[in-house]
Design a protein around this ligand. Structure first.
Ligand code: C5P
Length: 234
């Protein structure tokens, strides 16, 4: 389970990043997720430092641009040793294919990063999706559609809500990687997340990796929060 927990270091505070990543390593949890805040603090030099400390890096910059631009972004980050990164599946098959080709060219078979398509943000619920996208489609149908497109483009998997694991598995199979944010232990505040489950439920439903941010970052004792989440995952 320790390899399946990804802690989102959603902070720009270097002391917090060092403190929490240190606790994670002590507990044998390698994955950390860096978004814009952490990335703008640690930069690419931070990848090396985190890598030397034994971390695996999920760079969550959710690329969404024309194929040429995303391919270059992904190629560059692959060269910097990122282990997992994502892009909005809504950017289209051509964009995702270009990213995959670029990552392949920039890496060896062993160092190839796990590329993921983001389906729909877990802060958006069914009515929010229909209002923002002017669509009458049920949200789950849209998520499954985007997951299929991601698979067709040759990416390893998707980021989706734990509530959508079953239909994605049915459409894309057991080898397709499913990473689920929208995780809330019973003792944590829900914040802006709308489509969430507990860590145990996400694992039972078949998530390959779960992403947890604020329940750890905002805990009085982050180390204790990580331990409780791991216990819940077992
Ligand atoms: O703090 P919390 O546990 O809600 O953090 C979830 C993390 O996962 C955040 O970094 C957020 O940006 C990210 N994420 C998400 N929903 C997605 C994709 C990424 O919550 N669909």
């Amino acid at each position: 389970m320790k390899d399946r927990l990804i802690v989102a270091l959603d902070t720009g505070d270097l002391e917090d990043i060092e403190g929490i990543s240190g606790r994670l390593m002590e507990m044998g949890v390698p994955w950390v997720k860096l978004g814009f805040q952490a990335f703008s603090s640690v930069g690419v030099a931070g990848f090396e430092w985190l890598g030397q400390n034994g971390h695996r890096i999920f760079l969550d910059l959710k690329f969404h641009d024309i194929p040429n631009t995303v391919a270059r972004d992904v190629g560059m980050m692959t060269k910097h040793g990122v282990h997992m990164m994502n892009m909005h599946a809504a950017g289209g098959i051509e964009m995702m294919q270009a990213a995959r080709v670029s990552a392949d060219a920039a890496s060896s078979r062993k160092s190839r990063p796990i590329l993921l398509g983001v389906t729909m943000l877990t802060s958006i619920d069914g009515s929010g999706f229909q209002a923002s996208f002017g669509s009458e489609r049920p949200l789950t149908e849209q998520v499954v559609h985007l997951a299929r497109q991601t698979q067709e483009a040759g990416l390893a998997g998707v980021v989706a809500s734990p509530l959508e694991i079953e239909p994605i598995r049915a459409a894309c199979g057991d080898d397709f990687v499913i990473v689920t944010p929208g995780i809330r232990p019973k003792w944590a505040a829900t914040g802006d997340q709308r489509r969430f489950t507990t860590p145990a439920e996400a694992i039972t439903r078949g998530a390959d990796y779960i992403v947890v941010g604020r329940p750890v970052l905002e805990a009085a004792d982050p180390g204790e929060a990580i331990k409780r989440i791991l216990d819940e995952m077992m």
